[in-house]
Design a protein around this ligand. Structure first.
Ligand SMILES: Nc1ncnc2c1ncn2[C@@H]1O[C@H](COP(=O)(O)OP(=O)(O)O)[C@@H](O)[C@H]1O
Ligand SMILES: [Mg+2]
Length: 375
């Protein structure tokens, strides 16, 4: 799939913008603070309804304005589809081909986006919560039912936690009710575990080779770390989990929350037995995240029969020439890629030659060069 056109109104520092992209490689260059990241962010929001760098939607609205709109034409399997987002300080309206979409789950899997940005290595360095959020988003792009599943899970989890608090305070004491909630929670958990395990297994089919391609090093893998050891082949997994929740009941009441389950899972990145979170260099961490994301391209190709849109925000300045070139092998004209840079010298001349080029300055974007079709 690829983004044909994007139209912004009051998004960050863009008052009005109307850009036609190529389905191959697009390069946006310009000085700092001109709107490069903002443009990528708008594409991310168009596809995934939320920003990758701000929790607060209001920050996306141009200063002193009341609302923003984003419109995009996305071509997928030869068909053009229109997406619209409207955001003001009270509401967010999503439309697909002019029809309002009520459920985010129906929307979020329509456009597939993979973003690479300088803070990427936070995915390894920071807390498990960030990694869970990431995996959840990726699985939601792949399967709309995963999004629904995690939403349902979170609702039941909240009910359980609220009730644990009531028990703690002596307001309630119905263990039966907790058991019913725990039962629902376990059913959903098993489905989430299964989807996560499958996803990580799929990633591992590709990421070792990709990591090796970029660095010449073997032994890279991603390891799923559920909060309790689960064995999906265990025919009594449900009973096993039930016992684990029971064992922890008193403790959960004491700490006022459910202390096991998919909301406590983690994912780790290894080079052989070296956990890159603790023992990896910045460079190794950066490539690990690249390898993960490049593996996802293969998964989108295979399971959604389409290529995702790649957003590369100023990542080339961080890599040495050899790694840059190895990475570029994965970026070809068959995947729409939107690259930002402050300095065209950071990019290979061959890449520039086959790209559509834009210059951004203070919230205005002008086309500098079309793609030459014969290249
Ligand atoms: N809500 C907003 N309204 C107006 N301007 C904004 C808003 N949010 C950020 N900006 C401006 O956008 C610019 C940064 O754009 P950004 O895309 O991050 O720059 P870069 O080109 O370096 O990637 C800054 O000048 C900042 O003041
Ligand atoms: Mg930027």
């Amino acid at each position: 799939m690829y983004l044909k056109k994007i139209k912004l109104h009051n998004f960050r520092n863009y008052e009005n913008l109307n850009v036609t992209l190529t389905k191959g490689i697009n390069i946006i260059y310009g000085e700092n603070a001109q709107g490069k990241t903002n443009l990528l962010e708008s594409i991310y929001v168009l596809g995934l309804t939320k920003s990758h760098r701000s929790f607060i939607d209001n920050n996306l609205i141009k200063k002193d304005e009341e609302y923003l709109t984003i419109e995009g034409i996305v071509n997928n399997k030869k068909l053009d589809n229109k997406l619209n987002i409207y955001i003001d300080n009270k509401s967010k309206i999503l439309k697909y081909n002019n029809n309002a979409i009520k459920k985010i789950s129906d929307y979020i899997s329509l456009v597939n986006i993979i973003i690479f940005y300088p803070d990427d290595l936070e995915l390894i360095k920071s807390s498990p919560q960030i990694r869970r959020k990431y995996i959840n988003l990726e699985l939601s792009q792949l399967y709309s039912n995963y999004f629904i599943l995690t939403n349902e899970y979170n609702k039941i989890l909240k009910l359980r936690n609220d009730y644990l608090k009531k028990i703690n305070k002596g307001i309630s004491k119905d263990k039966n009710y907790i058991d019913i909630l725990t039962g629902y929670l376990i059913d959903k958990s098993i489905m989430i575990y299964k989807m996560r395990v499958k996803f990580i297994n799929k990633i591992n089919l590709y990421c070792e080779n990709i990591y090796k391609d970029i660095t010449d090093l073997d032994g890279f893998k991603i390891v799923y770390k559920p909060s309790i050891p689960i064995d999906l082949k265990n025919i009594n997994l449900k009973d096993y989990l039930k016992k684990e929740y029971d064992k922890r009941f008193e403790y959960d009441v004491k700490v006022l929350s459910t202390t096991i389950g998919p909301h406590k899972d983690d994912f780790e990145f290894y080079l052989y037995d070296k956990n890159l979170k603790y023992y990896g260099s910045q460079g190794q961490q950066r490539i690990a995240v690249l390898a993960l994301k490049l593996s996802e391209i293969e998964i989108f190709k295979k399971y959604k029969e389409t290529t995702p849109i790649l957003l590369l925000d100023d990542i080339f300045s961080e890599l040495d020439d050899k790694k840059k070139n190895n990475l570029l092998k994965y970026i070809d004209k068959n995947i729409q890629t939107i690259i930002t840079t402050t300095d065209l010298n950071n990019l290979d001349i061959k890449l520039i030659k086959k790209s559509k080029l834009f210059n951004v300055s203070n919230g205005n974007i002008i086309k500098i060069k079309e793609v030459k079709l014969d290249e």
